[in-house]
Design a protein around this ligand. Sequence first.
Ligand code: ATP
Ligand code: MG
Length: 253
Amino acid sequence: MNDFLKAVSISKTYLNENKKLKVLEDISFSIGKGEILCILGASGCGKSTLLRVIGGFERIDKGEILICGNKVLKPSADMVMIFQDYNQLFPWMTVLENVLFPLKVNKIGASAMQRIEISIEYLKLVGLEDFKNYYPHQLSGGMKQRAAIARGLALKPSVLLMDEPFGSLDAITRSNLQNELLDIWRKTEVTIVFVTHDINEALALGDNIIVMDKTPGRIKERIKNFQERPRNRRSDEFLDLYEKIYSMLDVQI
Ligand SMILES: Nc1ncnc2c1ncn2[C@@H]1O[C@H](COP(=O)(O)OP(=O)(O)OP(=O)(O)O)[C@@H](O)[C@H]1O
Ligand SMILES: [Mg+2]
């Protein structure tokens, strides 16, 4: 199904000190179930706003977000968000308790025991089962992001919304996490909308890439990324696409 997640003519204006700021204009796209869409663009072009709109967190002036043809009107456990900030875990809870908490709130699992089993299953998926009793301050940045991903996926959402989740990690950890995310994606078949300003990241992950323009945020170009996985980041195809996108981004040299 090619229009599992659909954005139809989204426009959004913020009101700041009585001044209107048009941040998104006429954004439309559609992706299939289990695909990865990367939203790529310069700082301030409205990527995070668009992601929050998709998740039902923001009011919009115009347009609609549809999942399987149903309008998204508010946030739900079916679409979970992973933020850039390492500190999205509850600091007073262990890793296991962090994963358990939304399961309890959303009444998932028949018993406390079953919720623990589900949590451990997802901690295993992200390679953190041995760290389940650690507190967030005892984890590295990458481990915190993996714990946040486990917490989100344990809800079995159909869509994972990721806002530059690896943005402030070093290049090596970042590439490793991109590969781990692809592994997790293959195992869970979750649909992912991934915001980034890193062309390499978008090319490594996305089946579709939307390149955004700024003020107001618009779609400049949609790129289908047909490269086979695992992707060779040094192949001609990868580097050609990199050049193509780089030239679209109006980088001042
Ligand atoms: N809650 C808000 N209220 C008012 N203005 C906002 C709000 N959130 C974002 N903006 C404005 O909307 C514009 C786009 O912001 P947004 O955070 O969506 O961009 P972004 O592409 O995610 O940027 P970055 O790459 O730096 O994270 C900016 O000019 C910002 O000041
Ligand atoms: Mg942002």
